[in-house]
Design a protein around this ligand. Structure first.
Ligand SMILES: [Cu+2]
Length: 118
């Protein structure tokens, strides 16, 4: 299956240029509904977001900056679209809840930024 081969095993380490995707209103990997591990990203790298769903989705932080900006956001992506999740390369190591800004009540998950190995 194309999506599976693109993403590798759920929870696989997202290398620089790592990819998150949605399929059937679910983020793969990292969606809360899957009960699996978070998306892993090495600090200083930018996550790529692919929407494999007919519905429009985004990959967006739940938290906002003090000035009201999202910490990271792909913007709304249509079917087959791929966009960088701007801001993910600026994140310090830690856990960051994310959502789809179009369906914030339905689509949520966790992004874990790992310290860059020395
Ligand atoms: Cu959505």
């Amino acid at each position: 299956m194309v999506l599976g081969s693109l993403l590798g095993p759920a929870g696989a380490l997202a290398e620089p240029g790592g990819v998150a995707a949605t399929h059937f209103y679910t983020f793969v990997p990292g969606d809360d509904d899957l009960g699996g591990p978070p998306i892993l990203l090495i600090e200083g790298t930018e996550l790529q977001y692919v929407n494999a769903d007919p519905a429009a989705h985004s990959f967006t932080s739940v938290a906002r900056t003090p000035t009201g900006e999202w910490l990271f956001d792909s913007g709304v992506v249509l079917l087959g679209g791929a966009e960088p999740v701007e801001g993910t390369d600026e994140l310090a190591p830690g856990d960051y809840p994310f959502m789809c800004s179009v369906h914030p009540a339905l689509m949520r998950g966790m992004l874990r930024v790992l310290a860059r190995p020395v």
